[in-house]
Design a protein around this ligand. Structure first.
Ligand code: BGP
Length: 475
């Protein structure tokens, strides 16, 4: 076996999110959440962007989160498969509306707590460390209707109560926590990201950045709370990562790329450095944004995270004259096409070196341990007549990216672990499709929810198993 550069104890695993996997959307006391009112199909985009105000569930439409892959009832079987691959970490999220169905209650739903207790205990049985996101694109709908979601400062209190309840309840089972999944996605998909709905004529950016302020305050408070509950707890922020490249070496293009990066890194600048960045003042002025704060907010923000986590699927590209008609969208972030890079079927850039570039940027900027908590290739996998899914393309994608992590480690970057996205096939966040698959484990289910939901390991399952067993030396 060749020597590995991955440190001893490096965490290897995969991720899912409650709303894309669990299903059971109203079972055992769970309340309705934002994602549960996002239908499959044409109407989807409008709702996600917060433009459609119906936000009801209709009988004649299909809502992918309602049943999903039914992880809620299959979790034991699924965790056993992940353990067979040798996972040492499993990332999932808690559905806020399972613990507090409406979001503003004082007393948690016991059945919701029990489900996650059983789930995390199951992980621990196999020595799998859970990494838990408190909010992964699912705000209780009641909070959207009654309070306007994160635009309202009251959300800070509701979220802190929810987080405290979970962190206390699962103390000893869960040590790694993320506050918000891909916090910067609020800029690109405000309804999915933070449950934001816009009124006619409103300055959307005002709403978004005010909501972001509340999320940043809540995240900092939760970091403090988690450390008080147990000083061993490790709290991370989470960025939808991927650097913007300048389209050319024209200084204006370089500046455009820098500004685009700042737009996304703004959130992590606050969470990892403990204060609003120097460029924020001018940005707010130019966008006509006035953030309403409370005395003491500056102090609160000083509670910085322990590590910086991020997703990486694709790099991005910007120029001074970004032609609106010519933009692709990977992971909800608009980008110019990059002529040097191939793309997935959904137009997402495939750029392994971009991962090393992103990691170096993040570490240079924050000097905090990194954790790659999402990476993978969405593809239309097909099962052949022998019942095998031959996903060599996925193996190639993952191998190339893991190699760049090895390079980054050699660059001197501390990284806690590698977590691939959608380790078991699940519902796609951007399209609501099942046919956009990421997993090592195939789930028999189509875009409309038909299928047996039977689980079958793919070729990549066996490949990843030996990657983990060799601690990354056998790729
Ligand atoms: C990230 C989300 C995930 C996930 C992934 C892949 O933005 O955190 O929830 O779904 O991207 O995206 P998609 O499902 O749209 O292919």
């Amino acid at each position: 076996m060749t020597k590995t550069v991955f440190p001893k104890g490096f965490l290897w695993g995969g991720a899912i999110a409650a709303n894309q996997a669990e299903g059971a959307y109203l079972e055992e006391g769970k309340g309705l959440s934002t994602v549960d009112v996002i239908p499959y199909g044409e109407k989807r985009l409008n709702v996600k962007l917060g433009l459609d105000t119906r936000f009801q569930v209709y009988d004649d439409e299909y809502y992918p989160s309602h049943q999903a892959i039914d992880f809620y009832h299959h979790y034991k079987e699924d965790i056993a498969l992940l353990a067979e691959m040798g996972f040492t970490v499993f990332r999932t999220s808690i559905a806020w509306s399972r613990i507090f169905p409406k979001g503003d209650e004082k007393t948690p739903n016991k059945q919701g707590l029990k489900f996650y207790h059983d789930l995390f205990t199951e992980c621990k049985k196999y020595n799998i460390e859970p990494l838990v996101t408190l909010c992964h694109f699912d705000v209780p709908m009641h909070l959207v209707r009654e309070y306007g979601s994160w635009y309202n400062r009251k959300m800070v209190e509701f979220f802190c109560h929810y987080a405290r309840t979970c962190i206390k309840e699962f103390n000893g089972l869960v040590k790694y926590w993320l506050t918000f999944n891909e916090i910067n996605i609020v800029l690109h998909s405000p309804f999915s990201g933070a449950g934001l709905v816009f009124k006619e004529g409103e300055n959307k950016e005002q709403v978004i950045y005010q909501a972001a302020h509340h999320e940043l305050i809540a995240s900092a408070l939760v970091t403090k709370i988690a450390h008080e509950i147990n000083p061993e707890n490790q709290i991370g922020c989470m960025l939808a990562g991927g650097n913007f490249y300048p389209y050319s070496c024209k200084p204006e293009d370089v500046w455009a790329a820098l500004e685009k990066d700042r737009e996304n890194l703004f959130f992590i600048d606050v969470q990892a450095r403990g204060a609003y960045p120097s460029y924020a003042k001018r940005m707010f002025r130019e966008k006509n944004i006035e953030i309403i704060t409370e005395p003491g907010d500056d102090e609160i923000l000083k509670n910085t995270v322990d590590f910086v986590s991020f997703s990486y699927y694709a790099s991005r590209c910007a120029s001074a004259e970004m032609n609106k008609n010519n933009l692709s969208k990977a992971n909800l972030v608009e980008s110019l096409p990059n002529p040097y890079i191939s793309t997935s079927e959904w137009g997402w850039n495939i750029d392994p070196l971009g991962l090393r570039i992103t990691m170096n940027t993040l570490y240079d900027r924050y000097q905090k341990p990194l954790f790659l908590v999402e990476n993978g290739l969405g593809a239309r996998d097909l099962m052949n007549v022998q019942g095998v899914v031959d996903d060599d393309y996925r193996i190639n994608y993952l191998r190339a990216h893991i190699k760049e992590i090895a390079e980054s480690i050699e660059d001197g970057i501390p990284i806690i672990g590698y977590i691939s996205w959608g380790c078991i096939d699940l519902v796609s966040a951007s399209t609501g499709e099942m046919s956009k698959r990421y997993g090592f484990i195939y789930v028999d289910l189509d875009d409309k929810g038909n299928g047996s939901r039977k689980r079958t390991p793919k070729k990549s399952f066996h490949w990843y198993k030996q990657v983990i067993a060799s601690n990354g030396s056998s790729l």
